[in-house]
Design a protein around this ligand. Structure first.
Ligand code: MG
Length: 455
C-alpha cells in the first residue's frame, strides 16, 4: 500500500466512523388541519404520491393522537412532550394574545441545540408572536413563516423576528417555505440538524400556487394538499441529493383534524372536538435501515411522544420537568406492536373530556353545544355525561356503539385513573375538572350533546 492509498483508506474509515457517531438529523413535517382520511396512504382520494412513498419506505401509524384538537395547544405538546394544560397553552392564541409558550418550558429545539444541532423552523409557529415567544428565542437558529393562523389578521410573514410581508401572499407560501427548507438542508448538511416544518395549510383560507391551482379533481382543498405533497417530495429529494437519507429520521403528522373541508376518514368528529376525527392524525416515520419499510403500526402513540423519542435518539438530555409522552422507538422500529402506557387524556381547552386506554375510549364530558356551529348560543358549558360512554375504537373507529353497560369494570378503572392523573395538573385545570363534575346534566340520548339540568 502506498502512502496515498493509506491516507485514502484511513480517511474513509474516519468518515464512516464519524457518520456512525453522528446522531440522526430530524425532519419533522407538520400539516395544519389535515384530516386522518385525506392522504392516499390512509385511504383518501387526494393524490399524495410522495407521502404514500414515505409511508411505503417507513411506518404508518393508525392510532396516533395530537394532544388537543386545536392549533396552539397541539403544537405546545409537540414541542414540549407535555399536555398543553400543563404548560399553560390550553387554547388557541389569537393575533392580540400577549402570552405564548412559557419560558420555563423546554422545547425540542432547545434540547437539540444543546447537542449542537443546527435548528430551523419554517412555517406556522403559533406559540406566541411577541418577540420573546418567537422560534428564535425557543431554540431555533432561524425562522421563516407566519406566527399564527392564516385566518388571523394581520396576516404577516416573518424572517426571524422581523415582519417581511404584510399581508402575506398566501398562494406562494408553500413554494417559498419549500425553497427555504431546501436552502437550510443545503447549508446544514455537514452537521446534525433539526428541521421543523409546520405548514400553513390546509388550514383555511386555502390557497395554492398557479402550478397547482385547479389541478386536483377534489377542488381547492385537493390542490392545496397536492402542493403540500409536492413539498414533501422536494424535501425528500434534497435529502437524497445530499446523501442524507440513511442518517435522517423523517416524521410527518398534523396538528388536529379537518375543519369544514377535508376528510376524517371513518372517524367521527372534526377539528375542535374530542371525537376521534378531531385528534387522530396521520403519522409517518422513515429512517432506512432503522425503521422497517411499509409497516402499519396500530399501537397507541401521541404527539406527546415526539420529544422523548427524538431526544433519546439524538442523545439529548430530557427536560427537567416530567413528561407526559413516552419513548415510542419500540413502535417506530417495529420491535413492538403496542406499548404499555398510561391512560391518554383528551383535553379541549382546560377540560378533560375523554381518555384512551388500550382499545378503549371513555367519554366523560362534552360541550353543551356543537363546536364551530355558525352561531353558538351563549352559555356554552362543559357538562359531565349522565353516564360515561365507552367505545372500542379498534373495532368501532367511528364511535358508534357505546359498550359502557357491558364493561362496568373498564369504566370504573378508567375513571379511577383519570381521577388520579388529574391531581397532577395545575390548579385551574383541577378546578375546571371539579366544576364540571359538580354540574348537573339532564337526560339526552347516548352520543348526543349534554343539556344542563333545569335549576
Ligand atoms: Mg390546526
Amino acid at each position: 500500500m502506498n502512502r496515498r492509498e493509506f491516507f485514502r483508506i484511513t480517511a474513509g474509515a474516519a468518515t464512516a466512523l464519524r457518520a456512525a457517531d453522528r446522531p440522526p438529523n430530524i425532519v419533522l413535517i407538520f400539516a395544519d388541519d389535515l384530516g386522518y382520511g385525506d392522504l392516499g396512504c390512509y385511504g383518501g382520494s387526494i393524490r399524495t404520491p410522495n407521502l404514500d412513498r414515505l409511508a411505503a419506505e417507513g411506518v404508518r401509524f393508525t392510532h396516533f393522537y395530537s394532544a388537543n384538537p386545536l392549533c396552539s395547544p397541539s403544537r405546545a405538546s409537540l414541542m414540549t412532550g407535555r399536555y398543553p394544560t400543563r404548560v399553560g397553552v390550553p387554547r388557541v392564541l389569537g393575533p392580540k394574545a400577549t402570552d405564548g409558550l412559557p419560558d420555563d418550558e423546554t422545547t425540542l429545539a432547545q434540547l437539540l441545540k444543546a447537542r449542537n444541532y443546527k435548528t430551523m423552523c419554517i412555517g406556522k409557529w403559533h406559540l406566541g408572536h411577541l418577540p420573546q415567544y418567537l422560534p428564535t428565542r425557543r431554540g431555533f437558529d432561524g425562522y421563516f413563516g407566519i406566527p399564527y393562523s392564516n385566518d388571523m389578521t394581520p396576516t404577516i410573514l416573518m424572517r426571524n423576528s422581523a415582519v417581511i410581508e404584510n399581508p402575506v401572499r398566501l398562494e406562494t407560501l408553500t413554494q417559498r417555505y419549500t425553497e427555504e427548507a431546501l436552502r437550510f438542508l443545503e447549508r446544514s448538511k455537514g452537521s446534525p440538524f433539526f428541521l421543523y416544518f409546520p405548514h400553513t395549510f390546509p388550514h383555511i383560507p386555502l390557497a395554492a400556487s398557479a402550478r397547482f391551482r385547479g389541478r386536483s379533481p377534489l377542488g381547492l382543498y385537493g390542490d392545496v394538499v397536492e402542493e403540500l405533497d409536492w413539498s414533501v417530495g422536494e424535501v425528500l429529494g434534497a435529502l437524497r441529493k445530499h446523501g442524507l437519507v440513511d442518517n435522517t429520521l423523517v416524521l410527518f403528522s398534523s396538528d388536529n383534524g379537518p375543519w369544514y373541508q377535508g376528510s376524517p376518514g371513518r372517524l367521527r368528529g372534526r377539528k375542535g372536538m374530542t371525537w376521534e376525527g378531531g385528534v387522530r392524525e396521520p403519522f409517518l416515520g422513515r429512517w432506512p435501515g432503522r425503521i422497517p419499510a411499509g409497516k402499519v403500526i396500530g399501537g397507541v402513540a401521541s404527539a406527546l411522544d415526539v420529544v422523548p423519542t427524538v431526544a433519546r435518539l439524538c442523545g439529548a438530555a430530557l427536560p427537567s420537568k416530567p413528561l407526559d409522552g413516552i419513548d415510542i422507538w419500540p413502535l417506530l422500529s417495529g420491535a413492538r406492536a403496542e406499548l404499555d402506557r398510561e391512560v391518554l387524556l383528551y383535553f379541549d381547552n382546560i377540560y378533560v373530556q375523554c381518555a384512551r386506554w388500550k382499545q378503549w375510549k371513555l367519554h366523560i364530558a362534552r360541550y353543551s353545544v356543537a363546536r364551530w356551529s355558525p352561531a353558538p348560543p351563549e352559555g356554552v358549558v362543559n357538562l359531565p355525561l349522565r353516564q360515561p360512554e365507552l367505545y372500542n375504537v379498534v373495532d368501532d373507529p367511528d364511535e358508534s356503539y357505546d359498550v359502557a353497560p357491558e364493561n362496568p369494570q373498564i369504566v370504573r378503572q378508567m375513571l379511577a385513573r383519570i381521577e388520579e392523573l388529574m391531581k397532577t395538573f395545575p390548579e385551574p385545570i383541577r378546578q375546571a375538572y371539579a366544576e364540571t363534575k359538580a354540574r348537573k346534566t339532564s337526560w339526552t340520548a347516548v352520543g348526543n350533546l349534554p343539556k344542563p339540568a333545569a335549576p
